[in-house]
Ligand binder design. Sequence first.
Ligand code: SAM
Length: 259
Amino acid sequence: MNGGDYTFGDSGLAARRLALVAATFAKTTRQFLLTRAGVAPGFAIDLGCGPGFTTELIRATVGPARVLGVDISPAFVAAAAKRIADDRTRLLCADALDLPLEVIDADLIFARMLLTHLRDPLAAIDVWRGRLSERGALLLEEVDSIATEDPTLTAYLDLQREMLAANGTTLDVGPELDAGLREHPGLRSSSVAELSPPAAVAARMFAMNLETWRGRPEVAAAHGPEELSALATALERIAQGEVEATITWRLRHLVLTHD
Ligand SMILES: C[S@@+](CC[C@H](N)C(=O)[O-])C[C@H]1O[C@@H](n2cnc3c(N)ncnc32)[C@H](O)[C@@H]1O
């Protein structure tokens, strides 16, 4: 299966952005885990764990006996290992679509904002269901939509959608998942959680991400440096609180089981 490039990078800047993502989405993700993960699973896997913020959240929220964080980036896996590895927390550098055979019988598999980076998200879901224990659950958290009337935030989101589309992936992957899984025998629930973080925080995350991928050839081919710099400056003004704006994420929460 073809994973797709991970376009958001794994530099120190990308890791700091994920720390901000973690702080922004922690409450929503914690609530999802608390209501859907079951108590104290034996073995939990965090797919696309990045520098380990979601792995940490799983550990603190549902208290698995063992947890494995998996990511394709050696830099992120090293950062996660340094911060959170212990006798019940392991980190593995691997492609989530090509997991070692011994990564099996998980009572919980969790992935946040990973399917948005994969070219065939529905096929990935079936691969992961095959790694669940008989009573295990696959919990997925992805963007359904991001709504704002602010022209700068809208311009950034349009550019990000365009960049991801050029790589065969989708920012707002939630509706595709919801529609594609509606008749799936393994689907246990599909719901949406809404949150409206401060626009300054959203703009900070966006500015960090823009800095990471603005030099990619598919972006530079369609957008000149002046346009990209103007967007970066406008995002910075929102991040500094100089411009008022609002923004709302709808996050798709999906739960699937083995059968
Ligand atoms: C948007 S980040 C989310 C990180 C973490 N789940 C969180 O919410 O903080 C997506 C992560 O998926 C990883 N990734 C992308 N493609 C992958 C693949 N095929 N297998 C494993 N990890 C992958 C990236 O390296 C990155 O760390």
